[in-house]
Design a binder for this molecule. Sequence first.
Ligand code: OXT
Ligand code: ADP
Ligand code: MG
Length: 574
Amino acid sequence: MAEGATNPDETQNLTDGFHLLIDALKLNGFETIYGVPGIPITDFGRMAQASGIRVLSFRHEQNAGYAAAIAGYLTKKPGICLTVSAPGFLNGLTALAHATTNCFPMILISGSSEREIVDLQQGDYEEMDQLAIAKPLCKAAYRILHAEDIGIGLARAYRAAVSGRPGGVYLDLPAKLFGQVMEAEAGRNSLVQVIDPAPAQLPAPSAVERALDVLKGAERPLIILGKGAAYAQADDAIKALVEKSGIPFLPMSMAKGLLPDTHPQCAGAARSTVLRESDVVMMIGARLNWLLSHGKGRTWGDAPKKFVQIDIEPKEMDSNVEIAAPVVGDIGSCVFALLDGMGSDWKAPPEAWVGAVVKKREDNIAKMAPRLVNNNVPMDYHGALGVLRTIIAERPDTILVNEGANALDFTRGVIDIHKPRKRLDVGTWGVMGIGMGQAIAATVETGNQVLAIEGDSAFGFSGMEVETICRYKLPVCIVIFNNGGIYRGTEEDAESGDPATTVFVPNSRYDQMMSAFGGVGINVTNPDELKQAVNDAMDSGKPTLINAEIDPAAGSESGRIGNLNPQSVLQKKK
Ligand code: OXT
Ligand code: ADP
Ligand code: MG
């Protein structure tokens, strides 16, 4: 067989769509596919697995898609999700849109029905014009009709996903394509190895100079680090810039750990103070969207503010407020240029500002400390998180996956992250259901242990993937903060006779779901038991699910974002 080719029929000098796609993926270093098999991609999955690509089979495409999206975030290489046509494609589409919204590179590859029948709407098996539906929800969408275009089609998808602002790409593969036969040599020659898929984008020197001038004029400067900065993997340069500047930094949720949350310049525990009081804010890979109150209003205080923004996407500038100093380029190049321009005589910000931030941070940390050592039964969030915070400090390479409302917000505030890209969560949309997909991909891509802290509602969106975790024997420890419902487990509806819309079966035992598939399932009622169970799971590396009984009354509506709920003036909330 010719070197690098996978097709046993090459003795006949022929290849086909199946093998060309596998060869194209391998040529470009794609090692893992996340998906769900079925017509017309089952054989492709089998052949890919036989060829040495790791093909991880999920229970639902949405979870495979979330896995692919986060794989893209963690590796800077698009995660691949493979689905069947119409319903499988639609299941994967939510994840593709999520990837695009979050700027994660991902390629959704879906089999599709025959074009001739779809276009005449003659009712094919799983008929759907998938390309048209995908287009508005992703960064780019392509269809490959001929085997000789597989190489160029994959190359286009790869480059579109990672270059510029990363995002999701859809690749439509009609069933007929897989079986198309062509000369093996011509097939080999049609493949494309993508050179420099995400080219460096250098900022203009004048933009760098302008940014430094604005920073130099600051009395109360602040740096905000977003998940784009974590994605960029320019960790050392960002650390050097922050430390050389002496400016306090505020990490967005998934940027926690880019510099440790325990770093002396970290202002995570003084969030509202630094947003309100700062006069110059430098955003690095973060958008001024809802998570930052769009850069205006009460959160940001009354005093005028100047923004410096580093981003690869020029259109991001002035999206919500005026950006005084836009620096467009990739974060690594921009940060290096800024560092260079700062020279050796850079002046640290005024001591009054730095000292005030440190004081606020220490006050808030001291205020929280006693709540983290409570031994209440049933547990509240803080008692449970106190022990988990220590475990993460002792095992800083663990990747923390986190979703829920109170389960999300309290965890984000309490658990310090110590290394880059070790916190994964609901992202820009605040979407529930990312948990198990992220947990699986995080360990598959990095080899690290995963601790998933999940609200009981959040877990339910992807809970069936515990079977996947058991099947592949993954070192994932899931802790369900089980408060019996969405936000709280206490609501009643006296009028309808049905349970209130936010409550679940009380005292559910999610741990038994894990035991059903041969994993370790444990129920815990206090922080000591929780600590023991998580440490055991980490030591053993066995798939584990811990049902942590949380006081059903401990949470609040929508966690920290209850203010986003519209209010009826006609009906008082119960
Ligand atoms: O500075 P101040 O004084 O303000 O204090 C701040 C920090 O300085 C301080 N802090 C600290 N103090 C001491 N020590 C330390 N270390 C420290 N660190 C910080 O603490 C405060 C707060 O800091 P924080 O959190 O940084 O600041 P703040 O103000 O909260 O930040 C604002 C935001 C907006 C940036 C932040 O709140 C944020 O990132 N929020 C994300 C919220 C989010 O995305 N939520 C998820 C969506 S909610 C809802 O939509 C849900 N649904 C509907 C649904 C969804 N989402 N998706 C789908 C597909 N379908 C439906 C559902 C179904 S949630 C949900 C399920 C919920 O039920 P669960 O059972 O899963 O969960 P439970 O609630 O647990 O029951
Ligand atoms: P957060 O939610 O943490 O605030 P966002 O997802 O809102 O972060 O913002 C991430 C930003 O980072 C996006 O505007 C995106 O264009 C940008 N970005 C992503 N990767 C890079 C990169 N390599 N270089 C520069 N900017 C990047
Ligand atoms: Mg809950």
